[in-house]
Design a protein around this ligand. Structure first.
Ligand code: DQA
Length: 148
């Protein structure tokens, strides 16, 4: 089983970006950790990060037929709170998706509490730092494994 891991804007700056909120791991560190976890459960990952909304839409559109992915774990970052285009892309490709966040978006500024993406996802994991990705992947794989 192959899963697409999508990261949105400014996630490439992890490590130096507001470490008191997002931790000190870089995106590479997080991806290496996740790769190890994925291997241990027999899952292959495709990683994609972009600061550009349309490129994220393109990646979601390619996930199933071009990259052979069965599901998506996505940290849409700031686009969580603004992007109808990413939401529509997830609905359009009808691949199961899980939204993840490093920080707890519900305990921060008011504007972060709304997600345009969560309603078209199986669920949302928020606030566990880099473990949010592992928990999201685990939940997604569990749902996909039950499908016949
Ligand atoms: C984030 C939370 C978003 O509100 C923020 O814009 C981000 C990161 C998180 O992982 O905690 O860029 O998605």
């Amino acid at each position: 089983m192959k899963i697409l891991i999508v990261n949105g804007p400014n996630i490439n700056l992890l490590g130096t970006r507001e470490p008191e909120i997002y931790g000190s791991l870089t995106l590479d560190d997080i991806q290496n950790e996740l790769e190890d976890y994925a291997k241990s459960i027999g899952v292959e990952l495709v990683f994609f990060q972009s600061n550009v909304e349309g490129e994220i839409v393109n990646a979601i559109q390619k996930a199933k037929h071009e990259w052979g992915c069965s599901g998506i774990v996505i940290n849409p970052a700031a686009y969580t709170h603004t992007s109808v285009a990413i939401r529509d892309a997830i609905s359009a490709v009808s691949l199961p998706a899980v939204e993840v966040h490093l920080s707890n978006i519900h305990s921060r500024e008011e504007f972060r509490k709304n997600s345009f993406i969560a309603p078209v996802c199986i669920g949302q994991i928020s606030g566990f730092g880099s473990d949010s990705y592992k928990l999201g992947l685990r939940g997604l794989v569990s749902v996909l494994s039950k499908k016949v």
